[in-house]
Design a protein around this ligand. Structure first.
Ligand code: ZN
Length: 157
């Protein structure tokens, strides 16, 4: 069997085909190229046409018989499944994009929070220093007060 080709390229088909009922070669130019139909009406149905078609030759013939109804139905069903899967892929891609954007935002937030964290740590250190200073002042005050009380008591007696 000759290899099937797309709509744009074709390969030469030899005249000795198995199907007797169909012409496989243009009588006028003794040439033909094999193609495969991608239309909804004739999916994957092979046909031949003359390479001289561009110069007006009208030779065209189907190689395969029309697809039976049940096969056409299956092709339609598979097409619908393909479309559904493509929709799903599109939906998932949109989700991935959305999540990527959210991750980017969160990364930005993390950076901001790290900056704030560093600021707070610096403030805590400063507070600790201040607190030490205050403790010293309070201790000095208490000591002074005790000294005064002791002095008063000693002078009284
Ligand atoms: Zn021709």
């Amino acid at each position: 069997m000759a290899a099937c080709s797309g709509d744009t390229t074709g390969s030469q088909v030899s005249g000795h085909s198995t199907s007797k009922s169909r012409r496989k070669i243009c009588d006028k130019h003794n040439r033909a190229e094999l193609f495969m139909s991608r239309t909804d009406a004739n999916p994957f149905r092979r046909f031949v046409k003359c390479p001289e078609r561009v110069r007006g030759c009208t030779f065209f013939d189907w190689v395969d018989d029309p697809m039976p109804d049940y096969q056409t139905m299956w092709v339609e069903r598979l097409k619908m499944q393909k479309e559904s899967l493509e929709d799903q892929v599109e939906g998932k891609m949109a989700m991935v994009n959305n999540l990527s954007e959210r991750i980017e935002l969160k990364e930005h937030e993390i950076l901001l929070l790290r900056g704030k964290c560093a600021e707070l740590e610096a403030m805590v250190k400063q507070c600790r220093r201040n607190s030490c200073l205050m403790k010293g002042v309070v201790a000095l005050g208490v000591f002074g007060l005790l000294f005064v009380i002791v002095l008063v008591v000693v002078l009284k007696y």
